[in-house]
Design a protein around this ligand. Structure first.
Ligand code: NAD
Ligand code: MG
Length: 375
């Protein structure tokens, strides 16, 4: 029986993790869960799964939490550090996932990493700490799970590069002029995946793919120049690995996050899942296109930050989190997201990362800079 802690249990990744636990009650037990503010669904989850430990970030929501015998802890860091739980699913969104992930690694717990912002902001620190503590970081992002599988779970040699596939998001095929007119509802309407709002907007700007390029660079210790991105509208090939002899390995399935989440929990076993068999004849065609870097500038911005390293990726991420939030509240337009993130980076002086405090300070200063730019 594997004991699981899920931070961000009420979200898209969190609730799909619970579906796997529901399907395999003899294999997995939920011992700890957290959420921000969706207290009604949190209360239902506690009732159904009886975790021993809980944490609610939002104070008002915490007052309305019916603990049902569970122990309410004081922070995410405390939640991931309880004696129970071999693996922590980071289903929380944003850089808020960084510090609890570090705390979990420090306790020797494996990580099922959904929260990509963790490696974007703190990739070097997190990966070297994981190596030091001999902790596994199992990718949950579908592209990274695909790469991990195509690399024989990290054992492969002679790897030449990675090709990340991208659905293209809600605005695939649109020009820069088209993008000036789009609405929040248009942006939230993703063609192939149903996800939380932040990652859906990131998919629409292609910042999501940029974050994933940086995530892949850290996870697989590969130069950013050997990571390509291709638009693949069907979302059937989840990513590919190229080898020195120019052979290519790909992982294919119907798009469903249950597969990568489940593999991160059950590795090395591949258990039966809810996902329908892949019917290649009915799919018939798979298509590939170049990303439009003029319309979707966030991808180039992220590549540049990944290449520069240091605190730049953390600053980009912090600025992007605010920009997405401001777009979702209707205060800025869609194209402003990329231009405000770029202006924030231009105003930031750079700097070295020596500890997590440096990263959190850079994140905070990015948030301040972009907020003043918006005003
Ligand atoms: P979501 O918005 O649906 O859920 C986020 C969860 O985090 C919620 O439970 C929320 O209560 C909690 N949370 C948010 N802010 C918090 C804070 N400050 N403190 C404590 N808890 C907080 O998000 P999601 O779509 O499930 O995505 C989660 C992460 O997984 C993101 O980093 C995303 O990029 C990544 N991811 C998601 C998908 C997907 O299909 N949804 C796919 C790949 C990667
Ligand atoms: Mg992804």
């Amino acid at each position: 029986m594997k004991e699981i802690i899920i931070i961000g249990v009420t979200g898209s990744i969190g609730t799909q993790t619970l579906e796997i636990v529901r399907m395999y009650p003899d294999l997995f037990k939920v011992v700890g869960v957290s959420c921000n503010s969706q207290i009604d669904s949190f209360n239902k989850i506690i009732k159904e799964f009886s975790p021993k430990y809980i944490y609610v970030a939002n104070e008002n929501a915490r007052r309305n939490c019916s603990a049902c015998g569970a122990l309410m802890l004081n922070s995410l860091e405390e939640l991931v550090a309880v004696p129970e739980g071999q693996i922590v699913v980071t289903a929380i969104v944003g850089v808020a996932g960084l510090s609890p992930t570090i705390a979990a690694i420090n306790c020797g717990k494996d990580i099922a990493l959904a929260n990509k912002e963790t490696l974007v902001a703190g990739g070097e620190i997190v990966m070297s700490l994981a190596r030091e503590k001999k902790v596994n970081i199992f990718p949950v992002d579908s592209e990274h799970s695909a790469i991990w599988q195509c690399m024989e779970y990290g054992r492969a040699t002679d790897v030449k590069g990675i090709i990340l596939t991208a659905s293209g998001g809600s605005f695939r095929g649109k020009s820069r002029d088209d993008l000036a007119e789009v609405t929040i509802d248009d942006a939230l309407c993703h063609p192939t995946w149903s996800m939380g709002k932040k990652v859906t907007i990131d998919s629409a700007t292609l910042m999501n793919k940029g974050l994933e390029v940086i995530e892949a660079m850290h996870l697989f210790n590969i130069s950013i120049d050997n990571i390509d991105v291709v638009i693949h509208r069907e979302s059937i090939i989840h990513s590919l690995v190229t080898y020195n002899d120019n052979s290519v390995m790909a992982e294919l399935s119907n798009p469903d996050m249950v597969l990568p989440i489940q593999l991160a929990l059950s590795y090395p076993a591949k258990l039966p899942s809810r996902v329908a068999p892949l019917d290649l004849v009915s799919i018939a065609n798979l298509s590939f296109e170049k990303p439009d870097l003029d319309a979707f500038r966030c991808l180039s911005i992220a590549r540049e930050c990944g290449r520069k390293g240091g605190l730049f990726p953390a600053v980009m991420n912090g600025a992007n989190e605010i920009a997405v939030q401001e777009f979702l509240s209707g205060r800025i337009g869609f194209l402003d997201i990329a231009s405000l993130v770029q202006s924030t980076l231009d105003a930031f002086g750079g700097g070295k990362v020596t500890c997590i405090e440096d990263i959190m300070a850079a994140d905070l200063s990015a948030r301040k800079i972009i907020t003043s730019l918006i005003k």
